[in-house]
Structure formats: C-alpha cells, structure tokens
Design a protein around this ligand. Structure first.
Ligand code: AMP
Length: 170
C-alpha cells in the first residue's frame, strides 16, 4: 500500500514556509489506518514493551492503538500544564519554535521497556526530549517509531543511540 499518497501536504501551516504533513487523510481511510498500525505493531510483538509513550497530540492517536495491540500501558508526553499530577519536564526545539514536554513522575518504572511514538520526525528535538524524560525515570527506550520521517532534515542524526523506524520517508 502506498501510504505516502494518503498524506496531505498543507503549505504555510502553521507558519509561512512550513509544508505541514497532514495525517488525517490517512487516519480517515479505515483500511489504510488499520494496515499501517498492523505493520508497525508487528515489529514490536516480541519486544516485551511495558509502556508506549505517545507525544501530544497526534502521537496519542497512534500510541493508543499500539498500546492496545501490544497489551501494554500508555503514557502521554504532554505540553506544559496539561497533566494534572506531579510531572518532570524537558525543554526542546521544534522545526517551528521551541517548547517543553512533561510526563507524570510516576508514569514509568525503573527498567520499563518503552516504545516512543509520534506522527512525524522533523529535526528530532521532540523525540529526543521524550527519550530523555523516559531515561530520567529509569526507563529503557527500546525504539522510537514514527509514521512519517522528513529525511532531508536529518532528525535521525540526533537519535543515533536509539533504534528508529518510520513507515513513510519523504
Ligand atoms: P521535531 O522535533 O523537529 O522532530 O518536530 C516533530 C514534531 O513537530 C512532531 O510532533 C510533529 O507532529 C511536528 N511537526 C514538525 N514538522 C512538521 C511538519 N512539517 N508537518 C507536520 N508536523 C510537523
């Protein structure tokens, strides 16, 4: 299946000069969504994952499905001020601006095997911040999984110490 054809390019969103890769056109296609998630999930069936960490907001959609399919826990990595209990935080740089990510301080146990999931790898700052949060809590980042990788931004170079997989590469 040519998943890349189901990704919509939206020029100048959310800022001038950015070509936003819109995954809603893939998500709304039931067969494509199902097949994409099955393909991704199969890689981790034997990895004994304890927690999937999904990055706000589109990582929640993919991460929730994966956690369900892998029968493991789901942990949201959220923008500041959104999580209700005590959090730890990490600052990071985006393709368009900078931000902070937080996770609950008790969401990951020492030695937990963690799969990090997001919709898209651009410069890699978001995923790296998430990996640092997981490691601060004593978790082991088993892999980082994206639906889309913007290869020309070389975000992967920031994440060399982690196994990294993407379903679609532009
Ligand atoms: P980065 O930290 O640069 O790898 O940015 C990745 C994060 O920003 C992901 O959570 C993406 O959802 C979002 N993002 C960055 N660039 C784009 C883009 N061109 N299209 C869609 N989402 C993007």
């Amino acid at each position: 299946m040519e998943f890349e054809k189901l990704i919509r390019d939206v020029p100048d969103f959310p800022k001038q000069g950015i070509i936003f890769k819109d995954i809603t056109t893939l998500l709304q296609d039931g067969e494509a969504f199902h097949r994409a998630m099955n393909l991704i999930m199969k890689k981790y069936l034997d990895a004994a994952i304890d927690k999937v960490v999904g990055i706000e907001a589109r990582g929640f959609i993919l991460g929730g499905v994966l956690a369900y399919k892998l029968s493991c826990g789901f942990v949201p990595a959220r923008k500041p001020g959104k999580l209700p209990s005590r959090t730890i935080r990490e600052e990071y740089v985006l393709e368009y601006g900078s931000n902070v990510l937080e996770i609950h301080h008790d969401s990951i146990r020492k030695g937990d095997k963690v799969l990090i999931v997001d919709d898209l790898l651009a410069t890699g700052g978001t995923a790296l911040a998430t990996a640092k949060l997981v490691e601060k809590l004593g978790g082991e980042v088993v892999a980082i999984q994206f639906l889309i990788e913007l290869g020309f931004l070389h975000g992967r170079d920031k994440l060399l110490k982690y196994p990294l997989h993407s379903l679609i590469v532009f």
